[in-house]
Design a protein around this ligand. Structure first.
Ligand code: 9D3
Length: 235
């Protein structure tokens, strides 16, 4: 899968993809991330990408022309006419279900905003989907694009080495994780629960499911209330 990222800060995107799982996924050819500097698509001596908002009110707005030029540049060089996603606080909240939809695409174009936002005409004519990563205010869309790339990539077979942990997520669908223990058996007087040392895999499975349910009820009862909805979303 290919992610085409349009941004004024290519270094933020590139830097975050140089280590760990997403680096390996790129080396293996499972995902590709192409970064485009919006400034390279701007016109004039100063290559201006932003301008004052009509009607006043302060702040700056990303001009439409460079964004149109960047998206068309990508479309001209791809066979599948990738969908355009704009990362914005006004978008649909990103969820695991939405990530599963996105992972079906061959490629995506991600527009990262800065300042107050982008010219509305880009949204009306170019953008297929607007996505937010949560109800808090970031300095720009770059970290949101990275989150989207991360959650989508790990759903692509082979990206996450431990396939078991991806499978476990659907078995324990929409529950929080159970507690994990490793050696030593006793640490600062705290013992590993006996059941995990028992070798009784059926009992261990029961204990884990019970712990996961209890944690979810205590910390995220909304996940259980929304279970029907979540199951429908996930198909
Ligand atoms: C009152 C106007 N602000 C909206 C809350 C303007 C504004 C502030 C910060 C507009 C954009 C941003 C930068 N944020 C993003 O580009 C962004 C974002 C976010 O801030 N939170 C959650 N998801 C996202 S996706 C892109």
């Amino acid at each position: 899968m290919t992610f085409h990222v349009i941004t004024l800060f290519p270094g933020i995107i590139r830097g975050a993809l140089q280590d760990s799982i997403l680096k390996k996924a790129q080396d293996k050819g499972l995902i590709q991330v192409e970064v485009y500097n919006l400034r390279d698509f701007a016109q004039g001596k100063h290559r201006t990408t932003d301008d004052y908002p009509y009607g006043g009110g302060g702040g700056m707005v990303l001009k439409p022309e460079p964004l149109f030029a960047a998206v068309h540049h990508i479309w001209e060089r791809t066979s599948d006419k990738p969908k355009v996603i704009y990362l914005t606080p006004e978008g649909t909240l990103l969820s695991q279900a939405l990530a599963k939809d996105l992972a079906q695409q061959k490629s995506l174009i991600l527009i990262c905003g800065r300042y107050e936002g982008i010219d509305e005409r880009v949204r009306l004519h170019l953008v297929d989907q607007e996505i937010s990563i949560g109800d808090y205010v970031l300095t720009g869309g770059e970290l949101a694009a990275l989150v989207l790339i991360d959650v989508t990539s790990r759903l692509i077979p082979g990206v996450v080495g431990n396939e078991d942990s991806v499978k476990r997520e659907s078995f324990y669908d929409n529950l929080l994780d159970y507690p994990h223990y490793t050696r030593p058996r006793e640490f600062k007087g705290m013992k590993v629960p006996e059941v995990l040392l028992s070798g009784d895999h059926k009992k261990i499975e029961q204990w884990r499911k019970q712990q996961a349910l209890q944690r979810t009820l205590e910390r995220r009862p909304d996940l259980i209330k929304d279970k029907d909805k979540n199951m429908k979303e996930e198909g």
